[in-house]
Design a protein around this ligand. Sequence first.
Ligand code: HAH
Length: 346
Amino acid sequence: MKEKGYSSRKAIPSLRSVYKDAFDIGAAVNLTTIETQKGLLTEHFGSITPENEMKFERLHPQEEVYTFEAADRIVEFATNHGLKVRGHTLVWHNQTPDWVFTGKDGKPADGETLLARMKAHIDTVVGRYKGAVYGWDVVNEAIEDKSDLYLRESRWLEQIGESFIAKAFEFAHEADPKAVLFYNDYNECDPIKRDKIIRLLKTLKERDVPVHGVGLQGHWNLHHPSLDDIRSAIEKYAALGLQIQVTELDISVFEYNDRRTDLGAPTESMLERQAQLYEQVFRLFREYKDVITSVTFWGAADDYTWLDDFPVRGRKNWPFVFDASHKPKDSFWKIAEWKLPEEAWI
Ligand code: HAH
């Protein structure tokens, strides 16, 4: 046990610096958190991802209207503080306005029209942030969760066909040939979904589609997925010869299917379990540091997380390694001090 007051007197190492020879440490941000979490973001993180500000509906609400102000401010914050930016996301079934999928007659747009709109969007967005955004989640969540289906039944799939995925990567590559292009998904460690993601990535590679990496969202909790499933997933994705990024890491203190609203604050043992998991998964990430190029949390500290409203609206969650007042949790020390025990063995 730490002495009372010990951690508050002790110098806090910068997470980004601790991991500088392994991979980037990132955080999802929004216009509020770049102000309220500025200290943490600039001290501990080397990369940021706009949580919502680069999604289709935010950047391109109408065919002739682009709204770049919020995304520009986040990019400017990154530039001012020497942080990298990951772009999220170009082609997704969610947070994409209806006009994109609708023809002039009000019926579903034909495939050619939809592809032309996709290309215009990607050209404009990727083109604008060329040089500032080093990589993109080009296609998000195109694989179906239900085991008997391969691709998710989205309007992109229904109206264009399977080629919408390859096309998105080709357009992004044309718009910025230097950008690192990712396929990103959740439940990525579930063996059945994992194998479907791998099938997709193999098909894309066989067809010389410019896909460079796989994004593992990493929306995990105290009970799922198992460390074995995480390890197998990383091993199998690594074998594809693509780089891996953990793109949206959080370890929820609640099980996904537990929709109770009255669960309250986490107990000591839940926080211990969280710290143990953070320790185990970061040890695993370090083992694979040659293929893992970045680990981004889907937020930075427990004062703000999308999990406060998902899957239960208004139910507070505590998924990060910094607490709500931006102090390091036990989880932080477990991932930050990994060098010390090894060095202590001399
Ligand atoms: C992610 N979906 C999205 O990629 C991200 O853009 C959003 O801000 C939050 C989460 C994850 C997801 C999930 O965990 C469960 C069901 C659907 C989607």
